[in-house]
Design a protein around this ligand. Structure first.
Ligand code: PGA
Length: 261
């Protein structure tokens, strides 16, 4: 794992988008794993700008999102399908048919997880998975105690996640308490993981996930098992990391980051 500390959130976002853009230029048929949430909005705005101004071409790319609320239709403004259309898909040249999220309206709940897993496999697996982290340490909606080997399935949301996300709902109590999410095992199957974490409110949890023991109580800690992970943080999110000096030294000196410094 590598941890890259950027001076502020804007720089962390730019670096994340640049890594994604470079991967797409190298492989126009990239299969992206995508995430939602406040942190990612600026990443998608930057990718949209790169598409518009720099000709970044998504026409042969595919995407699979991490999760979707159960009970929300695609056109519901709180669904993650709606979020993705608003923040990214409507602004880049990806083919809508190549964009995938779990179907929040699926009635066969176990069947939907299996269908999603099969769709990811049929696309050849995920090349680059973008991740955020929730305040309870979740990746996707893999809440505490999610099996580190879990696959796409339905999951009950914790009170911490409810508090974090209900602010987007009107009234807040209308937020669904269950969601479909890729499993931790599904996420670990991605060939590369890029995690973006910004803000002081994430400093504790990212320190636990990156430097603490691997535990299903913090599903993000499972990325320690992955062989190709970069965690990009701003100074505020990095404030509780014990190994900060080493991470900085490493980023400054590793030849693979020459073009990104
Ligand atoms: P946020 O969500 O970007 O809105 O903080 C991240 C997450 O819950 O994974």
């Amino acid at each position: 794992m590598e941890v890259i500390i950027q001076p502020d959130a804007a720089a962390a976002v730019k670096l994340t988008a640049r890594i994604m853009g470079d991967a797409l230029r190298k492989n126009p048929e990239m299969v992206f794993g995508l995430a939602t949430g406040a942190t990612m909005e600026a990443v998608y705005a930057e990718l949209a700008r790169m598409c518009r101004e720099e000709g970044l071409d998504f026409s042969n790319a595919k995407s699979f999102n991490l999760d979707e609320y159960i009970g929300l239709a695609p056109e519901d403004k709180n669904s993650y399908r709606y979020y993705m259309e608003q923040h990214l898909f409507n602004h880049i040249n990806i083919k809508k048919a190549n964009t995938h999220l779990p179907n929040g309206m699926a009635t066969d709940i176990p069947g939907e997880g299996a269908r999603y897993e099969a769709a990811i496999a049929a696309a050849g697996g995920i090349d680059l998975q973008l991740l955020g982290i929730g305040q309870d340490g979740h990746i996707g909606f893999n809440e505490p105690l999610s099996s580190l080997g879990s696959r796409t399935r339905d999951k009950s949301l914790t009170p911490v996640t409810y508090k974090q996300n209900c602010i987007y709902f009107d009234p807040p109590e209308s937020m669904p308490r269950r969601a479909f999410t890729m499993g931790v095992g599904t996420i670990l199957d991605a060939r590369r993981i890029v995690m973006l974490v910004t803000g002081e409110h994430k400093a504790d949890i990212i320190a636990k996930a990156v430097e603490g023991p691997v535990t299903s109580m913090i599903s993000a800690s499972a990325i320690q098992f992955h062989r190709n992970v970069v965690v990009i943080v701003d100074e505020a999110a990095a404030s509780k990391l014990e190994g900060k000096d080493y991470y900085r030294w490493s980023f400054e000196n590793e030849p693979c980051w020459n073009e990104y410094r």
